[in-house]
Design a protein around this ligand. Structure first.
Ligand SMILES: Cc1cc2nc3c(=O)[nH]c(=O)nc-3n(C[C@H](O)[C@H](O)[C@H](O)COP(=O)(O)OP(=O)(O)OC[C@H]3O[C@@H](n4cnc5c(N)ncnc54)[C@H](O)[C@@H]3O)c2cc1C
Length: 385
């Protein structure tokens, strides 16, 4: 957004960017602030009653078995893009495209007829996804698939240049920095120069069944082994994720996620879809030739989602912003920080046996212990956090 070039991003070894600001050349136009999700996210909050407003919950999966196997869950993300373009419902789509070098994907426009096998499944490392979202002329319709923060930024960037914007959110509670990938590489005995990515040539984080495998170079690790510690213990999170209260997205048409609470590991995945708007219903209807759809009751939909975890996350937003919070929230936040730094340090510097990883994965979680009461809201409708 910066027209005077006063903002620069300098990449850091763990995949994040340090943003530098040159005040002398800055025109103070505030464009950067207007598109930055970090300014809206903390105030947005999360109210589980939002789920009462969902138009429906369903499971969707690709009729084509190969597509279903390649995808993160059931392949709804890629097939919504494919069918919206092939039927002319969207003139263009914007989401990730695979790339040969680190971080192995970048944001890009998709047109009718493009090969959707070039769309990566879930990428758990930082990518400047919206970097290439530049519209030179007005569009009738555009479909964007991305995480909630990316969709906020995308709408602020191009919303006024598009007559009809379809927003499909990839449910996201946490994005990882590159150290989570190095953790997987280490578990696969792939040597990594400290702080550098040169020894990793290729990464895929999901696919090959559900919840699938993490593949680094040619070696693979079952998702549970790869993700149990980094995701379960919320390690190596992108800092902005601490301020995001709502993994479903804000004013989106559909949210796509994994049906964790209602499905066991299996060879062929399914995507849990939360439908929020009529536009979302139209997108799904339009994809029904390629996507198999199974309706769920609201009770089944809620069972599939871990609302307790979202409430606990949302409860710590004010702690991380340094605002005044109750003693219980402060203890939960401090506990999460101390426990997280401790695990990150030992996992980075020690070579633990498999048992060590298992012990960490099952160790008591201080955040959850202090915020335990919030779990009582799971599945109870019309209760505020
Ligand atoms: C960082 C992250 C965290 C997630 N956390 C959870 C979670 O806690 N619980 C849960 O149930 N589900 C989570 N998901 C969603 C889940 O992994 C699947 O993406 C979702 O179920 C859709 O699967 P699919 O097979 O329908 O999508 P696919 O057909 O595989 O399509 C995936 C789509 O996601 C886009 N995409 C992939 N990675 C990114 C990225 N980093 N940024 C923007 N777009 C991306 C691709 O471009 C593509 O359009 C997360 C996804 C991501 C990327």
């Amino acid at each position: 957004m910066c027209k005077t070039g006063s903002l620069k991003n300098v990449p850091a070894p763990h995949g994040l960017f340090t943003i530098t600001w040159q005040e002398e050349s800055c025109s103070h136009c505030l464009s950067c602030i207007r598109v930055c999700p970090a300014y809206y996210l903390p105030e947005a909050g999360f109210d589980p009653r939002k789920l009462d407003g969902a138009l429906g919950f369903l499971l969707a999966f690709a009729g084509n078995e190969q597509i279903r196997r390649q995808a993160s869950s059931g392949g709804a993300g890629r097939l919504l893009v494919k069918t919206a373009l092939s039927t002319g419902m969207a003139d263009l789509a914007y989401t990730l495209k695979k790339d040969a070098s680190c971080p192995w994907a970048e944001g890009g426009f998709w047109q009718k007829g493009e090969d959707i096998s070039q769309m990566p499944n879930s990428m758990y490392l930082p990518i400047l996804v919206m970097k290439n979202l530049v519209l030179k002329q007005r569009l009738k319709s555009l479909l964007i698939v991305g995480t909630p923060c990316q969709l906020l930024a995308a709408e602020a960037l191009v919303g006024k240049k598009v007559d009809r914007l379809y927003k499909v959110a990839i449910y996201c509670k946490q994005q990882k920095d590159f150290r989570a990938t190095k953790y997987c590489a280490k578990r696969l005995n792939i040597p990594i120069l400290k702080g550098h990515a040169e020894d990793i040539h290729n990464v895929s984080y999901r696919g090959d069944g559900w919840p699938g495998k993490v593949t680094v170079n040619q070696s693979s690790l079952a998702w549970e082994q790869a993700a149990g510690v980094p995701f379960g213990k919320r390690l190596w999170r992108v800092p902005g994720c601490r301020f995001c209260p709502d993994a479903f997205g804000f004013n989106v048409d559909l949210t796509l996620l994994d049906p964790w609470g209602i499905r066991q590991e299996n060879a062929l995945g399914e995507t849990l879809v939360v439908v929020w708007t009529r536009q979302g219903q139209e997108l799904l209807q339009n994809a029904s030739g390629e996507l198999q759809i199974e309706n769920l009751t609201p009770e089944e939909g809620l069972k599939a989602i871990n609302i307790g975890d979202m409430l606990q996350k949302a409860a710590l937003v004010n702690y991380y912003l340094g605002r005044s919070v109750s003693l219980r929230t402060w203890l939960a936040g401090r506990g999460e920080e101390i426990q997280g730094s401790f695990y990150e340090t030992i996992l980075e510097y020690l070579n633990l046996p498999t048992l060590g990883h298992k012990l960490i994965a099952h160790a008591p979680d201080l955040r959850n212990m202090f915020l335990h009461g919030l779990r009582s809201h799971i599945g109870r409708k019309s209760t505020s956090p």
